[in-house]
Each structure stands twice: as C-alpha cells, then as structure tokens.
Ligand binder design. Structure first.
Ligand code: ZN
Length: 396
C-alpha cells in the first residue's frame, strides 16, 4: 500500500471501449497512439475515487439530532425524541420514490464533483420489503447517471418499530421475504448486516449472510464498530469482500482479516462527526498485512460528508496512515471492497478509464489541503462528466 507509481509528463491512452489502452511517458504513448484526440490537462491525475461504503439514499438531513448530540444527549434520548435511524426509516417509507430519486441524484452529482467515480450505496432505511425495494430501485435508476452505482441490500440495518420486541422474527423476514424479493428484482449485488451488540448478533448476521450467499449475493458486514463481537472474524470466515467500521476490532479480528482477502473498510469521518475519540487501528491492520480501504459512510445520522479527499486527509491525520496508503485506500483497495479490483481503481492498461484530475503539483497535496475541493475534472469510462475551470493553486 505504501508504494504508488508516480509519472511526470505522462499520458493516458483511452481506447474506444472506454478502457485504458496505455499509460506512460508522453512521447512513448504519443508514438503508439496514432491519430488520437488529445486532451491536455495539468495537475495530478488520479484513478477515479471509489466510495465503497455509503447510505446515500435518504430523505431529510437529521439536523435536530446533530444539535441534540452537541447538547450532550445520548443516542437513546435522541431516538426517544423521535430522531435517530428510525426517523430516516419513517421518512423513506413515506417519501415518494421519484422524490427520493431526485434527492439522491443531486447528492451523487456532488460526490462526482469531489472526484468519486464509483459509489456503493446501501438500502436499510426501509426495513420492510416494499420500502427496501423502493430504495434499491432508486439505486438502479441513478446508476444510469454518474457516478457509477453499486447497490447493497441492508435490510438488516436495524429492527423496525413495529417488530421491536422480536428481533429473530425480523431476521426471519429478511431471510424468507426480503432477500428473495431483492434477488427476483435483481437490484442489489451485495448483502450487508449491521452486526453489533444490541442490533444484530453475530449468529443473526451469519444466518442472513449465509442465506444471501446461497442466493448469489456478495457479502459485506458492518462489524465491531463500538464493541468487539467477532464481526471481523465472521466476515473473514464467510469470504466477505469487506468488513466495515472496525473501531473496536479485537486482536483475533485483526489476525483474521490479515489472513483473508476481506478488505478492512475504515470510516474515520463517522467517528469525527460523532465526536468519538476511538478510531479503527489502521496502522496495526496495515502492518499486520490486512488490506485497508477508506470510505465516507455518507448518511444523514452519523456522517453527512461526501468528500473522499477529506476522508484521505483523516486517514493520515487520525489513523496515522502514510499519504500513499490513504490514496490506495480510496482507489485500488476501495475497488477491491466492491469486488472491482480488476476493473477500477488503477490507471493501468485494461482498467476502465475512470480518472480524477486534481489541482496540485504533488500528489501528496490530495490528503493534505482540506476544506477545499481541488477536483478539476472527472472522466468515467473515458467520457468527460465533470469539469471546473479557473485557477486553484495553494502551493508556494
Ligand atoms: Zn454504514
């Protein structure tokens, strides 16, 4: 993770199929290109950023929760006052699908403007078959636009109010009703579970994920966010593409991820926004050999942020990652966390031509300046889909 290939005066040759045909010194690429259409850019060209963990399909922001938390109210008090995740569930259930689509489309366009070319989005604010499908239909509809969307079914995000007293019955409904319906509509590629004491146990998470695997879903897991409960070990044992959060991962969880192909997805913006001092042990995960990715966790309750460059900065400043590790964590490793390691996240022949141009002279500026959007151009599959003119130069 700590080694990036960095070229100066370089060129990228993009084929008619939207894939990268060649990359290298300008003169070499020019010689092999023949009659190519030339676009000159200055700055640093990165692989398009991959946001591998978001809950981007929601209705209203949760502004009152934010103020209550600042006043020192607990999560339970906020929920009792009508806030918390179940307020987003009520909102999504009541909201018309087209209104949800329009809001999501606008938010994804802002992500694109911050350099994100692929974004994973989860359901989980429906918590009933129809409302979960409504969210996943939005994911499918926005996938026609930009950035590229990869959908995850997260019916086991929480237990809805109407079945609060019987968590196992809700898990049964997820397995027997929702998963087959999502499969029939073919609207999600991955299945995820919020595995945390008080939400879903590792035994319940295992039941859901094994059923999902049997139906052909790839697996992801919200694991060990607040307490170590064996979530990381479960994700590794089941061959999940990722185990996410991990602020409270145990020693054995770290060993399990290091020995597996499961990517550790860390979400430093969430802990920062919630004002919690704990952060995932990124340094130990990396040093022990786990693959680490970073994501925004974009959602209205605990992380209303959608800038991956900002998250990369937090990776360096809060998680003690090297700048190169932080870049790998929002590109190549994030692509692996959504099952696209062979197609996205690298500027290399055969990879899709997803590129993000940053106004910088040194690549290390990306996880350094913060509170400013340095992205000046975005290409997906070789097609220009965002550009911003004008000088922006913060170096001396
Ligand atoms: Zn999440």
């Amino acid at each position: 993770m700590a080694e990036l290939g960095v070229l100066s005066d370089a060129a990228v040759l993009i084929g008619g199929d939207g894939r990268i045909a060649a990359v290298g010194p300008l003169e070499d690429v020019r010689r092999s290109a023949g009659a190519a259409n030339v676009v000159e850019v200055s700055g640093v060209l990165f692989p398009g950023f991959v946001d591998c963990h978001t809950h981007a399909i929601f209705g209203a922001p949760r502004l009152a929760d934010h103020e209550r938390r600042a006043r020192g109210e607990t999560y339970q008090a906020i929920a009792a006052a009508g806030g918390g995740i179940l307020s987003s569930v009520r909102d999504v259930r009541e909201r018309d699908g087209s209104a949800l689509l329009e809001a999501t489309r606008r938010r994804l366009r802002v992500m694109l403007a911050h350099g994100t070319t692929t974004v994973e989005v989860k359901s989980g604010y429906g918590l009933a078959t129809e409302a979960e499908l409504k969210q996943l239909e939005v994911a499918r509809a926005v996938a026609n636009g930009r950035p590229d969307v990869i959908a995850t079914f997260l019916g086991a995000h929480e237990v809805p109010e109407e079945v609060r007293s019987n968590r196992d019955a809700y898990v049964d409904a997820v397995i027997q009703e929702m998963l087959p319906a999502v499969r029939r509509q073919n609207v999600a590629r991955f299945c995820d579970v919020f595995c945390e004491p008080g939400v879903f146990t590792t035994a319940q998470a295992r039941r859901v994920l094994e059923s999902a695997r049997a139906l052909g879903f790839g697996l992801k897991l919200h694991a060990d966010e607040l307490e170590p409960s064996g979530g990381a070990e479960l994700a590794a044992a089941l061959g999940a593409v990722s185990a996410d959060h991990l602020a409270a991962i145990s020693e054995s969880g770290i060993r399990a991820l290091a020995a597996s192909e499961t990517v550790a997805v860390l979400l430093p913006g969430t802990m920062l926004f919630l004002g919690r001092p704990a952060q995932a042990p990124a340094r130990k995960l990396i040093d022990d050999g786990a693959a680490v990715a970073l994501a925004t966790d974009f959602n209205p309750g605990s992380s209303p942020g959608l800038s991956l460059p900002l998250v990369a900065m937090l990776g360096v400043s809060q998680l003690r990652m090297r700048p190169a590790e932080a870049i790998a964590a929002i590109t190549v490793n994030a692509a692996a966390a959504v099952g696209e390691a062979g197609t996205r996240g690298q500027i290399a022949p055969g990879f899709r031509a997803d590129l993000t141009l940053v106004a910088a002279r040194d690549w290390r500026e990306l996880p350094y300046w913060y509170g400013v959007n340095l992205v000046r151009g975005v290409w997906i599959g070789g097609a220009a889909c965002h550009s911003l003119e004008g000088p922006l130069d913060l170096t001396d």
